[in-house]
Write a protein that binds this ligand. Structure first.
Ligand code: NI
Length: 140
């Protein structure tokens, strides 16, 4: 890594409900695959999204990205999920099962779009989505 580049990381919490149900599975298959996560109404999590943004340290500001801007990106991508039931309220998860893996992939795409629009020279180096303190998905 160039000495004038750095990675800045930031996290944001959001709360969502979900349930696991593969429409093409039978009830038995859903229960066998998803166990307690296959319920009609679901349950909630306090998710924590962490993003790691890599880029050149700006000569003038000495920062990779302004924190306000970084927070604005995090808010933009998590707000549509916050206090929503993912299966019923978020179009992406009407068909896709909202596993932590799928939510992480969805958020990666949203973060990429925001970065590309606002700061094309910056790169999303890593994304972590914590479902609980001891369970998370990481995408490089
Ligand atoms: Ni869950």
């Amino acid at each position: 890594m160039d000495t004038r580049t750095a990675v800045i990381a930031r996290r944001r919490l959001f709360s969502s409900a979900h349930l696991y149900d593969q429409k093409k599975f039978s009830r038995e298959e859903n229960l066998a695959t998803f166990g307690r996560c296959h319920t009609p109404h679901g349950h909630g999590h306090n998710y924590v999204l962490e993003i790691f943004v890599e880029g050149r340290i700006d000569e003038r500001t000495k920062m990779v990205i302004d924190l306000t801007d970084l927070d604005s990106i995090l808010l933009t991508v998590t707000d549509p999920l916050d206090h929503q039931h993912l299966n019923f309220d978020v179009a992406e998860f009407k068909e896709k099962v909202p596993t932590t893996e799928n939510i992480a992939l969805y958020l990666r795409e949203k973060v990429r779009i925001e970065l590309q629009t606002r700061h094309p020279s910056l790169k999303l180096k890593r994304l972590r989505l914590f479902e609980t303190d001891d369970l998370w998905v990481e995408i490089e």
